[in-house]
Design a protein around this ligand. Structure first.
Ligand SMILES: Cc1cc2nc3c(=O)[nH]c(=O)nc-3n(C[C@H](O)[C@H](O)[C@H](O)COP(=O)(O)OP(=O)(O)OC[C@H]3O[C@@H](n4cnc5c(N)ncnc54)[C@H](O)[C@@H]3O)c2cc1C
Length: 403
């Protein structure tokens, strides 16, 4: 095998390149600009010209109600970056060459003096036959829109179903995304949206071999369980999914769940340009980074957000893959990149979780803020306010924060 030819020497004006304009990437790009007072040139790359408010993608009832042509959870990057010195380039990242400081895009390539990878993650199907082809997902806006359109169609068709049968939607994955989505589908007023004679779907939440909401505070788990049961969600625990066929989810114990639609919320992994990097990887292909968020052996190259495996220095455990953690990492990565650029010392990342709130439909939620439990409509209101403030700060290009 012949080695890749050396590209041209790095041009002196090569910028700091930030890959991904999600929660981590957009905040890093703005952070570098602010911290360096515009002295470090920043090029932000994303396949989409918009920042997606991904934490709201479980709200498929709202998506269905607003119609296929609307884009409720996006902020145009042109709006967010207006008046800033951050340059934006739309393109899909195919490969990152750390050695030659080159990123290959679907159209062309870019050279970098410093790099931040914030490419998020993609659904992981763990080799379950049929799962990728026969399930929906809400990890991307396009997926959430397709799911909303499918449930709308199923609900419209239910108006003319013979007998008493209700259409069934199977949600696979008992983490926060599966829980929020199951509650949303079960509590949406589909009659108002689809057809006055529509039959509300029977929602089955398959939590698999893992406990329901594993890793969340026990008070939150119990409240969430009760809220789901009240909403009519059937929780099936204990067995992983063995295969998915069109209209059928089969569990490892042989149970077959016939369904009108199935949704995969069971796991995530690093996207291909991250998984294929020849560096140390952690769980699910994430890059195992130094406490400074740099890639070991590659000073000036950082990974942030869901693409990174970051260890909490106090506990040694992994920092969760959340937007809240992504924003906290972005602040430190921006600081450290500018320090690297200027030849000054870097600082380690330390994580302090502010809280977590899981939406449970009908204006209810459960969570904990600074370890104090919060539930019911105040919890739902807090979640709404935090998400709205985040969206406003992104629109105005201000430093965002999030619970
Ligand atoms: C339904 C749902 C609800 C959630 N709720 C919460 C919550 O309440 N609180 C919380 O803290 N977290 C929540 N999360 C998790 C949170 O959304 C993620 O942790 C967060 O988005 C991670 O940020 P990121 O910047 O790493 O990735 P993302 O925000 O996913 O950004 C990645 C960016 O990279 C771009 N990209 C990816 N691949 C390529 C490529 N090859 N080329 C070019 N661009 C590319 C994408 O277009 C995207 O803009 C939720 C997630 C989901 C799915």
């Amino acid at each position: 095998m012949s080695a890749a030819p050396d590209p041209e020497p790095l041009p002196p004006e090569a910028p700091a390149v930030v890959l991904g304009a999600g929660y981590a990437g957009l905040a890093v790009a703005q952070g570098i600009r602010r911290r360096s007072r515009g002295k470090v040139p920043v090029l932000l790359v994303d396949r989409n010209p918009v920042h997606v408010l991904r934490t709201q993608l479980y709200e498929v009832g709202k998506l269905a109600a607003t119609g296929a042509d609307t884009e409720p959870w996006v902020v145009p990057l042109a709006e967010s970056l207006e008046g800033s010195s951050v340059e934006f380039r739309q393109g899909s990242v195919e490969q990152v060459d750390l050695e030659h400081r080159t990123v290959t895009l679907d159209h062309g390539s870019v050279r970098f003096r410093a790099l931040v990878i914030g490419l998020g993650n993609v659904a992981a199907y763990y080799g379950v036959p049929g799962a990728a082809a026969n399930t929906h997902q809400v990890y991307r806006l396009s997926g959430a829109k397709k799911l909303a359109a499918e449930i709308l169609e199923v609900e419209r068709a239910s108006a003319t179903l013979p007998g008493e049968r209700r259409p069934r939607v199977v949600v696979v994955g008992g983490g926060s995304t599966g829980t929020e989505l199951a509650a949303e589908i079960a509590t949406t007023d589909w009659r108002a949206i689809a057809d006055p004679r529509a039959r509300s779907p029977e929602v089955v939440l398959v939590t698999g071999a893992l406990p329901f909401l594993a890793g969340f505070p026990s008070a939150l788990v119990e409240r969430a369980r009760r809220a789901l049961i009240r909403a009519g969600v059937v929780i099936v625990a204990g067995w992983n999914v063995a295969r998915v066929d069109p209209g059928r989810v089969t569990l490892e114990d042989g149970t077959v769940l016939a369904c009108a639609a199935a949704v995969w919320c069971a796991g995530l992994e690093a996207p291909p340009p991250v998984r294929t990097l020849p560096v140390l990887h952690g769980r699910a292909g994430r890059v195992a980074v130094e406490p400074t968020l740099e890639i070991p052996g590659h000073p000036g190259a950082f990974v942030v957000g869901d693409a990174a495996e970051v260890r909490d220095p106090r506990t040694g455990g992994p920092v969760p893959s959340t937007a809240q953690a992504a924003l906290a990492e972005a602040r430190v990565a921006a600081r450290n990149l500018v320090a690297r650029w200027n030849g000054t010392p870097l600082a380690p990342f330390e994580y302090r979780e502010r809280g977590v709130v899981v939406a449970l439909g009908l204006g209810q939620a459960a969570g904990a803020v600074r370890k104090v439990p919060i539930w019911g409509s105040p919890a739902a209101l807090l979640k709404q306010i935090v998400q709205r403030d985040y969206a406003h700060s992104v629109e105005r290009g201000e430093p965002p924060s999030l619970i």
